[in-house]
Design a protein around this ligand. Sequence first.
Ligand code: SF4
Length: 312
Amino acid sequence: MITRHPEKVNKPINPIKKKPSWIRSKLTNSQEFFLTKSIVNQYKLKTVCQEANCPNITECWSKRHATFLIMGDTCTRACAFCDVKTGKPKNLDSFEPIKISFAVKKLNLKHAVITSVDRDDLDDGGADHFYKVIIETKKNNPETTIEVLTPDFLRKGESYKKVIDAKPDVFNHNIETVPRLYRQVRPGSRYFSSVELLKNAKKIDKNIFTKSGLMVGLGEHKDEILQIMDDLRSAKVDFLTIGQYLQPSVKHHPLARFYRPEEFNELGSIAKSKGFLLVSSSPLTRSSYHADEDFAKLQKNRINQTNAQSIS
Ligand code: SF4
């Protein structure tokens, strides 16, 4: 049997906890869902919705909202929380930028979200490919806003600047968990490099919206979550997403606990009080969940903030 996670074969078995009543995906079975699926298949594209086994897929695809996964379906990192396949990736598809741009057009997306696997095997970590995908998508869809959710480009110098050169509207990079858990949960990444990436993105382009996401339920403590909020605010991150970690298999990082909806509300209120322009905090929040509606809110909140500052 070919395993999707060869690096996890010898990991201990961590039994999967039963989901509480508040973790329920919305089941819709609309024509739109199948239309989204057929467009994704027609262009032979990958989506993180499918590859990461996202619980929101029926809801999002019923609104034609799919998040494209570029540079293949095989990741060079081995994060303990993620269900995306790991191993040696294939060569880049030079037609992918045009295929994404056509799919965005067919789906008639007002806001397109594009993410990727980690490509540590490439000299620039895939920054140039991101650039091409953004530029091509904008060319064919000038009214569509673009959000990218990027890897950390660790040890790839300043290659990330190429992504920002393409002028995406939102630059997202997930912090995922608290620094104490990085060695177990995100062993190939470095917490402060991720914070630095977000800080630099904003420094280079002050008009870009920066965004980051955190999973809870991996064994973190509340004071550590609050510290992350402060670190991200110091990096001038605009938008924070907080969602429940769901353990993909018995070989993945053990789920410590489910947070109750009221705990998400509390974390959301604290984050707002720390000055984020927007916060999404709920059990099923994911980086790209409701990204189109949230982008509209981000724009509105920035206008309100600018107006308030000019009055005071
Ligand atoms: S939340 Fe994001 S990854 Fe999940 S189905 Fe929706 S668009 Fe896809």
